[in-house]
Structures are given as structure tokens and as C-alpha cells.
Ligand binder design. Structure first.
Ligand SMILES: [Zn+2]
Length: 214
């Protein structure tokens, strides 16, 4: 079976499975549990616009999950079908940031590309953060100043309460003047990636940081 699950979809499924296990430890009513199991299966399958029979058969097993051991087994089966983030060479990264003279290259060794929806890294010395996304066949590089915040806050990309920082970038508007736009995002992009259960916010963020009219 070809990989068919994106990293964010895998995280979403994991969330639903966790809700279901929680229900099994806190709810006694078998009718309620049965309804929750069916709902979990439905939610898990609705993530995908269309499914082949063998893919649906794999996801159907979500409704049989009762405890942590079942969940671990189910998720390990799913993991084999997660699409890795595309490989990106050092030259490619440099091309995405043509104006940056000394680009600090991220360390990607040891990172399982199935765990990420974007590449993000910090250059703490220069107080800058870099993000690389691959959206519908197009690579995007985002670069901005980054100042860590002392308090936790909601991240614009993953929508979770995490240690964040203000990412701000200059955007060219019509008439060629620059406007500055800033958003709080996770300091640690690996943590952020683990929290992403939908690509919607990530895509919005990229558009907003690229286009003045957005
Ligand atoms: Zn985040």
C-alpha cells in the first residue's frame, strides 16, 4: 500500500484515538462507548476525501480500540503509510533564501520526515527564524526576525498553547512600500509539527506572510 496519510492527518487521528481511550477509562455505559467508537471511525475516515477499500479497511480498525496497547498497535500500523515530507538539499534551501548571505542550515539528520509538515529552525545568534513549506508542489521559504516570549501563548500555526516567539517579516505591498507583519509561533518547530492536526493554519500563515493584500 502506497503511503496515503499526511503527517497532520496522522496527528489528527492520534488525537481522536486518545479521546476514545479516555472515554473507555471514564465511561461505563456500553451504548455511549459504542457510539463514540463509531464516531471515531467516522472522523478518522472523513479526514480523507476518498479512500480505497484497503485503506478504509485499515482505518476501520480504529473503532475496535479500547486501551493504550490497542492504540499503540493501530498507530504503528498507520505509521507505515505516512507520507514523508519531501527531501530537500542544502542547495535547494539556499535557493529559497537568496538574500540571506550566511544561511544557517538546519540539522535534518535524525528527523523522521514523516513527523513534519514543515521545516522550521532558529538562528538564535542572529535572532531569526526560517520556515520551509511544500504546498501543492511549490516550495516556499519564509524568513523573519524572531524574539522568544517569556510566556506561553497560542501558536498561529499549530493552534496549541506552547512556548512561542514573535515571528515578524517585512512584506512588500503595492506601491513598493514595506509593511511589517508579526505572529506568535512555536519556538521549537518540532514541537509545533507534533501538534499540527490540520494544514489550514500553516497555509494561511504562509500566504499572510507572503502577500500584503491577504
Ligand atoms: Zn506551533
Amino acid at each position: 500500500m502506497e503511503p496515503f496519510i499526511r503527517s497532520d492527518q496522522f496527528n489528527y487521528i492520534k488525537e481522536q484515538i486518545n479521546h476514545l481511550i479516555n472515554a473507555h477509562t471514564t465511561v461505563n455505559d456500553s451504548g455511549v462507548l459504542e457510539a463514540m467508537s463509531s464516531l471515531t471511525e467516522e472522523k478518522v475516515k472523513n479526514v480523507f476525501p476518498k479512500l480505497h477499500d484497503h485503506q478504509a479497511a485499515l482505518l476501520n480498525k480504529s473503532k475496535e480500540i479500547v486501551d493504550q496497547a490497542d492504540a499503540v498497535f493501530f498507530l504503528s500500523q498507520l505509521r507505515a503509510h505516512v507520507i514523508p515530507f519531501p527531501q530537500v538539499s542544502e542547495d535547494k534551501l539556499k535557493n529559497l533564501f537568496p538574500k540571506v548571505k550566511k544561511l544557517k542550515i538546519p540539522v535534518l539528520e535524525g528527523i523522521d520526515l514523516r513527523d513534519i509538515s514543515y521545516i522550521g529552525w532558529n538562528d538564535y545568534g542572529a535572532k531569526r527564524k526560517y520556515l520551509v513549506t511544500f504546498i501543492e508542489g511549490d516550495w516556499h521559504g519564509l524568513e523573519g526576525s524572531f524574539s522568544s516570549s517569556y510566556q506561553e501563548n497560542i501558536c498561529t500555526i499549530c493552534n496549541s498553547h506552547e512556548k512561542v516567539g514573535l515571528f515578524s517579516a517585512k512584506i512588500k505591498s503595492s506601491g513598493d512600500h514595506l509593511l511589517k507583519r508579526g505572529n506568535y509561533i512555536c519556538q521549537d518547530s518540532m514541537v509545533c509539527n507534533q501538534n499540527i492536526s490540520s494544514l489550514h493554519n500553516l497555509h494561511q500563515f504562509v500566504h499572510r506572510m507572503k502577500e500584503a493584500s491577504f
